[in-house]
Design a protein around this ligand. Structure first.
Ligand code: NAD
Ligand code: UGA
Length: 377
């Protein structure tokens, strides 16, 4: 039986990998919306994919969305502005994209009683309790581990506009949950924790403009032989998970609706924790191995203040260590790819896509790329 999906924001980093996973087998028929199709050109002509290159907030799309949702088995929302450099510089757009633009979609899913898989973020947890406690208490997991059912959301003051994204996502989560409680909407909320992989963001000056997320910032610095910049010394910690294992978790949700529905899941890898300073060092050493150029091992790393890097109103999430008990018990999902392997595969992709020319992006063919992907079951 073919499962019909509506996928909003299907042209982005995660969406492109979800399409890679779901379209080839023919078990899914997907109707997708995005403003951009650069990352999904390989799929636009598939018979089981129908793509609308338009924004979901447009008045012209509302009737089309309602009909598509009526026909679908599930709706996956990925559409967002999710780049920290924009949270304090385009706060109104960030609130619109992460809450207002999907407001009507949530209602449509409830009207049709259709399963909504809503991508939120681990940023809803904000800062950890540990970051406010004396140093001797900070290593106690009860003060830093992020649990879907019990951890409070701790965000900074309004003037720190970094939190526009997390706040809009948290309101979206509450809106979805309220529709579930009052109107019977079946839902799954996904809280990703720093997915890394090919096609994440863009390299400034090549295929995009601005400041991307940290992976592409550091890749850009290596490709351009410019210093890697550590924001406030790079002391923040992140856990990094392979995009292949991450989309596999979504595939498992789709195959196990009974277990996945009406749940919130952290999707991250507890074993791949790193400070950003360590990440920069690992990435320069990895790039030395990929290029065979040992000089990258000493690639310059400099520290920069968050105000100089992001502008006024930035505040960082100090640490993101997810509890993944629910994903493991309900989805039988446990990520195993170590950080060094995630970085080696991802950076090899970026090297092949961008290092060959300074002028334009070399689109890596599927055949070239296949060896970089991992098998997930
Ligand atoms: P992305 O920026 O690569 O993809 C988002 C896509 O949404 C883009 O292609 C964009 O064009 C599209 N979009 C934005 N507004 C739209 C609109 N109005 N109509 C149609 N399309 C629109 O981001 P991503 O990394 O693929 O993230 C996908 C989702 O996962 C987002 O909701 C994000 O908040 C969440 N998330 C991602 C990560 C991660 O590690 N990548 C972490 C936490 C949360
Ligand atoms: C990101 C984005 O908010 C979302 O895409 C997503 O919701 C979230 O990750 C997530 O994965 O859950 P963040 O990890 O803070 O949040 O964003 P990055 O740009 O990847 O930055 C990670 C860390 O690196 C931050 O401490 C940042 O200050 C630092 N950084 C970034 C640098 O030190 N140097 C840089 O050049 C760029």
């Amino acid at each position: 039986m073919v499962t019909k999906l509506v996928m909003l924001g299907c042209g982005g980093f995660i969406g492109s990998h979800l399409l890679d996973l779901l379209l080839p087998g023919g078990e899914y028929e997907i109707e997708g919306w995005d403003l951009d199709d650069q990352k999904i050109e390989q799929h636009v002509d598939r018979p089981n994919f129908h793509f609308h290159r338009r924004g979901i907030q447009q008045a012209s799309e509302q009737a089309l969305l309602r009909d598509a949702i009526g026909r679908a088995d599930a709706v996956i929302n990925l559409a967002a502005i999710c780049n920290p450099a924009e949270y304090n510089t385009r706060p109104l757009d960030v609130i619109r994209a992460n809450f207002l633009d999907i407001y009507s979609v949530v209602g449509m899913c409830a009207d049709h009683r259709k399963w909504l898989i809503a991508f939120s973020t681990c940023e809803v947890y904000g800062r950890t309790l540990a970051s406010y406690l004396p140093p001797n208490l900070r290593d106690d997991p009860q003060y830093f581990e992020l649990d879907e059912e019990s951890t409070p959301f701790i965000m900074g003051p309004i003037r720190n506009q970094r939190w526009t994204y997390a706040t809009a996502k948290a309101l979206m989560e509450r809106f979805v949950y309220a529709h579930h409680k009052e109107r019977g909407l079946p839902f799954t909320i996904v809280r990703p924790l720093n997915f890394f992989g090919p096609r994440m963001d863009y390299i400034p000056g090549r295929d995009g403009e601005g400041t991307p997320r940290v992976l592409a910032c550091f890749m850009s610095a290596l490709l351009n032989r410019e210093p890697m910049q550590l924001v406030d010394g790079g002391m923040a910690r992140r856990t990094i998970v392979s995009i292949y294992e991450a989309v596999d978790a979504i595939g498992r949700m789709l195959r196990r609706p009974q277990q996945a529905q009406n749940q919130i899941f952290n999707i991250g890898n507890r074993n791949n924790e790193t400070t950003i300073a360590e990440l920069a060092d690992r990435m320069r050493r990895t790039y030395a191995r990929i290029t065979g150029d040992a000089s990258y091992e000493d690639h310059p790393i400099v520290s920069v203040s968050s105000e100089a890097f992001y502008g006024e109103g930035y505040e960082d999430c100090d640490r993101r260590m997810p509890s993944t008990v629910k994903a493991s018990s309900l989805l039988d999902w446990t990520p195993t790819i170590p950080l060094d392997e995630v970085l080696h595969d991802t950076m090899t992709y970026f090297h092949r896509a961008y290092a060959t020319t300074q002028e334009s992006v070399h689109v890596v063919a599927d055949s070239e790329f296949a060896e970089l992907t991992v098998n997930t079951t």
